[in-house]
Design a protein around this ligand. Structure first.
Ligand code: NI
Length: 253
């Protein structure tokens, strides 16, 4: 069994064939899917899907690209959504210094507000990072023991991995690990302690090598597990088992 810990199957890219996508995931032994919101609309969309399917869970959060949209009203809605039985975490939230679609100061404000909410609601978080570890890690380090969660689609090196582990975070490994020149991520996937590893697709984006450039979907999380298994000299079943356990523990489901 495998759990896709980061998918965006609420998006319109799946409107034509969402049921078929879910069927393929089931056939690939993907037992659960965590559907990630990144603004108001996609958070509500995630919850809607989770209400329809017992094996689907949701999150609510505001992406740093849209930091300006995190109004008091939206934050209030996220607080309400956080009490929904199928909402397991807040996010994705974080910082994105690659595309810089929002001013950095605004990104940090939105991030801190969502961290406050996570502390208040005692919920784990999903972190989005692009070229911003040097700011994200100190922000998390300033709240020792108060925030748990996952650095999704981890793209740092082993040193950054160790810093993330030190503050108690999990490491989410996605399709990039299957790209031949992704040496840093492969090193991380090899060395991350078994108890902190999660697997994900980030679909519809970041399809693994065999579908690279095409639409990604939850069934392909298997390819991520397979690559990690090869790197670690483990069986794909063992990777499935341990990442499923980690998911259930972190998100209390
Ligand atoms: Ni995402």
């Amino acid at each position: 069994m495998f759990i896709d810990s980061h998918a965006h199957i609420q998006l319109s890219q799946f409107n034509q064939d969402r049921e078929a996508v879910l069927k393929r995931a089931e056939e690939a032994d993907v037992s659960n899917i965590l559907v990630i919101g990144f603004d108001m609309e996609t958070s509500l969309g995630a919850v809607e899907l989770a209400e329809k399917h017992t094996h689907i869970y949701a999150t609510a959060g505001m992406h740093p690209h849209d930091a300006k949209d995190l109004t008091p009203d939206v934050l209030k809605t996220f607080r309400e959504l956080a009490t929904h039985p199928k909402v397991l975490a807040l996010g994705e939230m974080g910082l994105d210094y690659y595309r810089n679609l929002s001013p950095r100061l605004l990104q940090k404000e939105a991030f801190e507000k969502q961290l406050d909410l996570a502390e208040e609601m005692q919920m784990p978080i999903i972190i989005h990072n692009r070229d911003a570890y040097t700011d994200i890690l100190p922000i998390l380090e300033a709240r020792p023991g108060k925030i748990r969660g996952v650095l999704h689609c981890f793209t740092g090196d082993v040193e950054l991995m160790h810093r993330s582990l030190a503050i108690g975070f999990h490491i989410g490994i996605g399709g990039i690990v299957t790209y031949p020149n992704a040496k840093d991520i492969q090193a991380v996937a090899t060395e991350v302690p078994e108890g902190r590893l999660l697997i994900e697709t980030d679909c519809p984006w970041l399809a693994p090598q065999f579908r690279r450039g095409k639409r990604n979907e939850p069934a392909y999380v298997r390819a991520v597990a397979e690559k990690i298994a090869n790197l670690r000299g483990a069986s794909i079943e063992a990777i499935g088992e341990v990442t499923t356990e980690n998911f259930q523990k972190l998100f209390a489901c």
